[in-house]
Design a protein around this ligand. Sequence first.
Ligand code: ZN
Ligand code: ZN
Length: 340
Amino acid sequence: MEPSPTRRRSFVVRAPSSASSVDSDGGPRNDDESIAWATALREARRKQAASTEDPPTPAVHYVLLVGLCAFLFIMVQLYSQVTSMDSFVQPDRQMAPLVLEVPVDLATLYTGGTYTATIEKQVVCNLCQGHGYDQAAGMHKCPVCGGAGIVVHEQRFGRRVHRVRMGCDHCGRSGHLPNHVCPRCHGHGHHRTESSVSFTIAPGMMHGEEVILQGAGNAQRHVATGDVVLRLMPARTASRFLRRGHDLETTVSITLLEALTGVTKVIRHLDGRDVQIETHDVVHPQTLLRIPRQGMPCRGLQATYGDLLVRFRIQFPETLTPDQVAGVSFLLEDKEQTTS
Ligand SMILES: [Zn+2]
Ligand SMILES: [Zn+2]
């Protein structure tokens, strides 16, 4: 039995008094001592009452206020964890990634840019918070299984009857059905919607490279949201340049006269700049002119570029007049004689 406050107070009072006023069993020995004991008891009660009625100091107020704030903070944290879906996400389960092939031309890979695409993905229904039904409306027992989640099927084999217990398909073995199914997701807890994603194409990226947008894909309650994988594919646009690693290759048409006497040409680069190519050597059909630092930017390496490789397509004349034949013969024969 819980000791009464009176008994506890009597013990506190007796302790500082002389030991001679208390028997071995803790009680007063005669009437005088009883009166003294009662007086001391009243005095002790009066002091205790006075001490409890003392107004709390400001420090006590401060401690109480801090304690109240801490309590409220903990409660808010607990509530947010309970209501947040993230706290229930199973880390070992994640939605399959959405893979999207993005056509990108070579000029965009050279200069870089921003690509925006529209994707169709699965999102958690925000009307029912992914539950599929109105939680406030409650549930009712499944009329098929009566709330057990299991139904018994009877199979007759002659005179024998076999009873097979099977899960109830009507309620999905839960035994209960919602009173109000969500009209937006029709009980699934999620639905499909269109969403736009944008990402940055860094200069120097390559076709076949993948950009992963973490957590931007399909979502479902209690499952980690999937990623969106954007795979860069060659666009079906004609380009005068061909990529060979970090180098760019292009072909320039020149006349036979230019092939023999030298070439000075201006070609328009992928970013719109004009790049001058110049050679004073005799150009052969297999000639490859390398212009340094005019290729693709090397990703991750500051101010580092590949080279521009220039091939030549020599346009030979269809016919030559007799004078041209005589002149060319004279010149080439002259040259052969001088070189020999
Ligand atoms: Zn059922
Ligand atoms: Zn819903």
